[in-house]
Design a protein around this ligand. Structure first.
Ligand SMILES: Nc1ncnc2c1ncn2[C@@H]1O[C@H](COP(=O)(O)OP(=O)(O)O)[C@@H](O)[C@H]1O
Ligand SMILES: Cc1ncc(COP(=O)(O)O)c(N)n1
Length: 275
């Protein structure tokens, strides 16, 4: 019997603690029945309390990983996470363009939850100029959207203005994530496809265990795109995936524990068993 295996690639940094970065991405792909591949851009020494070290991989080594994948295992979707500096961003963007890869999700990772920089300041313009225009979906959180647009985002009106500026930078869809609005009773992600604004609302879960939420969310979007879902549907499903993963987050480590990648399937299975 022939079976089309869906495949996705993450181009991102490694989190030794397993909760964010490449590790979160591969766990998400696996849970969503998507064969996961990785091109590692940087190795971080990291755990739930913070980032203890950052070691970028040489650009040649990053490109070789991408070339090896393209030659033998072309992906149906790609997600980018931590890219660290402008040299890496421009090299990766060059390959994405040359290989004409579709279904690119760009998570513009800048700062780890504990405050450690995962992107150098000098790299912000490269991100805007070279990577955002290639994206099907970008997923900035509010601080990242402030850096990318150069504006302060406080009110709902600010969010809508920022989304429109981000959209003018070239991605087909912008998802402005609401995880950082700690006072809000809901976690509201605002989606803009260049035409319509859609709000995705879920109840805010009171937990300190949110390490890797952004990585997990963006890789879930990539997995659903790889499966052939339309972008809006992929974002809606990813929001359900991350909600379940935070609801059931893992209270491990001394700091911000990771989300639970099994939770979405477990929830769906128990729903099926009860119907
Ligand atoms: N406490 C929470 N309760 C419910 N959803 C959350 C919570 N924190 C984050 N999210 C969701 O997780 C996803 C990632 O958002 P966010 O935490 O803002 O990203 P990042 O990790 O990049 O800062 C978004 O869909 C957001 O709405
Ligand atoms: C290697 C790596 N990449 C990304 C993040 C951001 O994590 P989050 O999803 O919590 O914003 C991280 N902490 N480490």
């Amino acid at each position: 019997m022939s079976y089309k295996q869906t495949m996705a690639l993450t181009i991102a940094g490694s989190d030794s603690g397993g909760g964010a970065g490449i590790q979160a991405d591969l766990k998400t792909f696996q849970e969503l029945n998507v064969y996961g591949m990785s091109a590692i851009t940087a190795v971080t020494a990291q755990n739930t309390t913070g980032v203890q070290g950052v070691y970028p991989v040489e650009v040649e080594g990053i490109l070789q990983q991408i070339d090896s994948i393209q030659e033998d295992l072309p992906p149906h979707a790609i997600k980018t996470g931590m890219l660290f500096n402008s040299e890496i961003i421009e090299a990766v963007a060059g390959r994405l363009k040359n290989y004409e890869w579709k279904n690119i999700v760009v998570d513009p990772v800048m700062i780890a939850k504990g405050g450690a920089p995962l992107l150098l300041e000098e790299a912000v313009n490269s991100l805007k100029e070279h990577l955002l225009p290639l994206a099907e979906v970008i997923t900035p959180n509010i601080p990242e959207a402030e850096v990318l647009t150069g504006m302060e985002i406080k009110t709902y009106e600010d969010k809508i203005n920022a989304i429109k500026i981000l959209s003018s930078m070239g991605p087909k869809m912008v998802v402005l994530k609401g995880g950082h609005d700690a006072d809000d009773e809901e976690s509201v992600d605002i989606v803009y496809d260049g035409d319509t604004i859609t709000e995705l609302r879920t109840s805010r879960i009171q937990t300190k265990n949110t390490h890797g939420t952004g990585c997990t969310f963006s890789s879930a979007i990539a997995a659903f795109l790889a499966q052939g879902k339309a972008p809006m549907e992929a974002v809606r499903l990813a929001k359900a995936f991350i909600q379940a993963a935070i609801e059931d987050s893992l209270d491990i480590g001394k700091g911000h524990g990771p989300t639970n990648h099994w939770a979405f399937n477990r929830k769906n299975r128990s729903r099926e068993n009860h119907s």
